[in-house]
Design a protein around this ligand. Sequence first.
Ligand code: HEC
Ligand code: HEC
Ligand code: HEC
Ligand code: HEC
Length: 246
Amino acid sequence: MTCIQCHKFKDHKVLGNGTQLAGQDRPGESNRCENCHKGDLHRDYTLNRHAKTVYCTVCHIPSFAKYQATDMHRDWSKKEYIPEKDKYEPEIEFKKNVRPVYAWWNGKGRLTLLDEPVQVKDGKVLIYEPQGSINDPNSKIYAFKLHRAKLPVDMETRKLIPIKVGIVFKKGNTDAAIRKGAMAFFGKKNIKYEFIETERYMGIFHEVAPKEKALRCVDCHMGGDRLDWKALGYEGDPIRFGGRKL
Ligand code: HEC
Ligand code: HEC
Ligand code: HEC
Ligand code: HEC
């Protein structure tokens, strides 16, 4: 399929926004699997019933970055020279065939903005956190890529400092790139900064696998480890304990 079969254009405005692109070209219209796949899609009624709680992507995208490795962790406190590109980069960990992480999502999320002090939870800052829960009827379980990074934070204001990345790429001088960033965005000289671990959930909607590769009952139930029932708010495997009560 081509991009624009799903991301349809109207007057140069594109359909779809995902979890990361906060702005929407066409608010109120959504780009969903159900736009094309309507009604009861599976012969097995159990699967159709699951779709009320488990979004299509969870079963149909068992792994991502199948053909090309994807950036999973970006450590801006370190740098390395990449001879093939003749430039410096932060230390990046690439992975292939990555299993998504799963979380409730109701379509809304919380972003850490640059003008607010970071909130540290379990030693990390969540840059994008999907909103939703087992008790929210508008939430389903979705597949995400969990991208991590080490980013500089101003030790006085506790705000993230946008790095002037061009300086890192060209000269490998991370310290100067952070100081220039603090000057440009906050007008601050002589800052003290430290690095902090951050995480963001990025919705996974591409790389749908052939139907034979979709997750099977035992990937999730009867000891299957795809879903962490307790973390999602279930008492245990719903085959034994039942599904959510709304
Ligand atoms: C089978 C349908 C489909 C095709 C084909 C498709 N996409 Fe998507 N794409 C989606 C869905 C669904 C989403 C997430 C929901 C939304 O758009 O709001 C998405 C999200 C995105 C996002 C936002 C990601 C984020 O997390 O912010 C981008 C960018 C994107 N697609 C680009 C592309 C490009 C480029 C192509 C072609 C190479 C493409 N898409 C092909 C369905 C599709
Ligand atoms: C709990 C896992 C699960 C969920 C959720 C799920 N599917 Fe499936 N789907 C499967 C499995 C397994 C198959 C292959 C077996 C079959 O065809 O019944 C399949 C098959 C399909 C097929 C091929 C049907 C055919 O007969 O050729 C389509 C299309 C499809 N799913 C779309 C979707 C869409 C769209 C959603 C979300 C609305 C969705 N599925 C949700 C597991 C799931
Ligand atoms: C623009 C319409 C459109 C959208 C949106 C769309 N699909 Fe499809 N999908 C199709 C078409 C058309 C086919 C049949 C393609 C073929 O058989 O070559 C298909 C086939 C499938 C199949 C069966 C593949 C197989 O092995 O036979 C699955 C599973 C599926 N889609 C899941 C999804 C999921 C999950 C999403 C959302 C991320 C989605 N689709 C979004 C049009 C769409
Ligand atoms: C992606 C993981 C996943 C797969 C694959 C999956 N399930 Fe489930 N299953 C769930 C979740 C999540 C719930 C809880 C749904 C809810 O809270 O409404 C559930 C609930 C159930 C329940 C109890 C609640 C109910 O609706 O009856 C049964 C029984 C069940 N699944 C059977 C199956 C069978 C049979 C298959 C294979 C055809 C299957 N599941 C595939 C995730 C999965």
